[in-house]
Design a protein around this ligand. Structure first.
Ligand SMILES: Cc1cc2nc3c(=O)[nH]c(=O)nc-3n(C[C@H](O)[C@H](O)[C@H](O)COP(=O)(O)OP(=O)(O)OC[C@H]3O[C@@H](n4cnc5c(N)ncnc54)[C@H](O)[C@@H]3O)c2cc1C
Length: 436
């Protein structure tokens, strides 16, 4: 490897990773840190396209902890991230309600909110600089695993079969890896919600008297709360770019896509009776910059690992999140951190033990974090305004230390042997019961 990034001595473990989203790239970098050898397959052959798509994405301190361990990465991210430590919340008809400060969360780590493509590009470039073998334009068609020989592998669209010690399936919400893990095909379903979202240059609004305040004093962050809808807007890069998103009820009759174009006039229909600020923001959106993003959802999976425990699902492939949890991206990073550490601790001869421990470390935490999505959404969409005006903090985002001040690497190092022991005991009791 032609670079001097700190990494543990070679572990001899060969890892195949499918998908170069945040989950796949983070797992690749973490495996490289631990001395494992990685080959990553990404179906898209155009990384420029991948980093163009999307808009605002949020990493909380529990996700950004990993970035701090990757030399240079977090500073590059800070340079493109929103510089706010608060969220101003308004009633949907325009009256200011409360400012929620995040300043005290600094002790937990950094919050990084920025354009998804720009952050993705920073991580991608870091993975390339580390010398990780990333193969673009390679669609994985199928997965396989066996005990003898002890291996797992992927089949590419070209028909080529590639084997390794372990496979990490990080191919997002439409994961094919789920089939081998679950034993059957399972389709995502509509969450009943969709998101209109946009990102564009601040020039579009800087002379508009109703909304210029959003961009004329550097970065800002505001939310408007109404029945069944919340509308978030922010300015970024010293007020030179602006973005907004709003979640609304939807019949979900078309497939999820990050590129499905939306029309301002359609979006405005949902905002009848809402204040001028949100109307002007939607109207100012340039053609082609408005995305109508249908949110799909899946029921929690019974497991994240394959029957022979050589294939693991991570990120959205294992657990898609609703945006109001603000945790989907951070949890996808935690997964890769924990899995790489489990492989390190378990060693090449004990890959299934590593994967079982990974699942035990992650399963409960991920599902607890997932539950934050509907919790925040209901807090906003079903707000009892008589109470909110008396106690505005009722509509603050729930920010809890168990979730946000968490270090997935430390947790894996501390709890690995404990969860292995628990797993062994459970296996023992299953055998005992089956003998009866
Ligand atoms: C194009 C795009 C834009 C997004 N924009 C936003 C945004 O603006 N804001 C936000 O909050 N979230 C966004 N998300 C979702 C967000 O990135 C994820 O929810 C989160 O980061 C978890 O990422 P992930 O790596 O698990 O999944 P994903 O980000 O979905 O990444 C999965 C990767 O796997 C690749 N892949 C899929 N199938 C195969 C296959 N068979 N073989 C090889 N490769 C495969 C995909 O091309 C993709 O690069 C976006 C996702 C995508 C794919």
């Amino acid at each position: 490897m032609a670079n001097n990034f700190p990494r543990l001595p070679p572990s001899g473990i060969k890892v195949l990773i499918v998908g170069a989203g945040f989950a796949g790239l983070s797992a690749a970098i973490e495996c490289d840190r631990k001395g494992h050898t990685v080959t990553l397959f990404e179906k898209s052959d155009n990384i420029e396209e991948l980093i163009r798509i999307g808009d605002i994405i949020s990493f909380d301190p529990n996700g950004s902890k990993a970035f701090e361990r990757w030399p240079g990465v977090v500073d590059q991210m800070e340079a493109v991230a929103r510089q706010t430590t608060w969220l101003d919340l308004y009633h949907h008809q325009g009256k200011f309600v409360t400012r929620q400060s995040f300043a005290e969360e600094k002790i937990w780590g950094r919050r990084i909110n920025a354009h998804r493509g720009q952050l993705h590009n920073i991580i991608y470039r870091h993975a390339v600089a580390r010398g990780i073998d990333i193969r673009l334009g390679q669609r994985v068609q199928d997965y396989f695993e066996s005990d003898s020989p002890a291996e797992a592998g992927v089949v590419l669209a070209t028909g080529e079969r590639i084997t390794a010690d372990v496979v990490i399936a990080a191919e997002g919400v439409r994961s094919r890896g789920r089939k081998i893990v679950l034993g059957f095909d399972e389709n995502p379903k509509s969450s009943g919600y969709a998101v209109y979202r946009a990102w564009f240059p601040a020039d579009r609004i800087k002379n508009n008297p109703v909304i210029k305040h959003i961009v004329e004093n550097g970065d800002t962050h505001q939310g408007f709360i109404g029945p069944d809808i919340h509308f978030l807007a922010s300015s970024i890069k010293n007020g030179t770019e602006v973005n907004w998103v709003f979640t609304h009820i939807d019949d979900g009759n078309i497939e999820e896509s990050w590129q499905f174009p939306g029309k301002p006039e359609e979006a405005l229909k949902y905002l009848d009776g809402w204040c001028d600020v949100v109307h002007e923001l939607v109207k100012a959106t340039p053609e082609g910059r408005l995305i109508d993003h249908k949110l799909v959802y899946r029921d929690p999976l019974p497991t994240f690992i394959s029957p022979k425990a050589r294939i693991a699902l991570i990120g959205d492939a294992a657990h898609p999140f609703l945006p109001t949890s603000i945790q989907g991206a951070s949890q996808s990073i935690e997964d890769g951190v924990a899995l790489a550490a489990c492989l390190e601790l378990s060693g090449k001869e004990n890959i299934p033990r590593a994967l079982r421990a990974y699942e035990k470390l992650r399963y409960e935490r991920v599902h607890k974090a997932q539950a934050m999505g509907p919790k925040t959404r209901n807090r906003w969409h079903k707000a009892d305004w008589t109470q909110v005006w008396k106690t505005p903090e009722m509509i603050h985002l729930v920010r809890e230390p168990w979730l946000l001040s968490f270090d997935a690497e430390k947790d894996a190092y501390e709890r690995f042997w404990k969860v292995v022991e628990e797993g062994e005991k459970e296996k023992g009791s299953v055998k005992e019961t089956s003998k009866l």
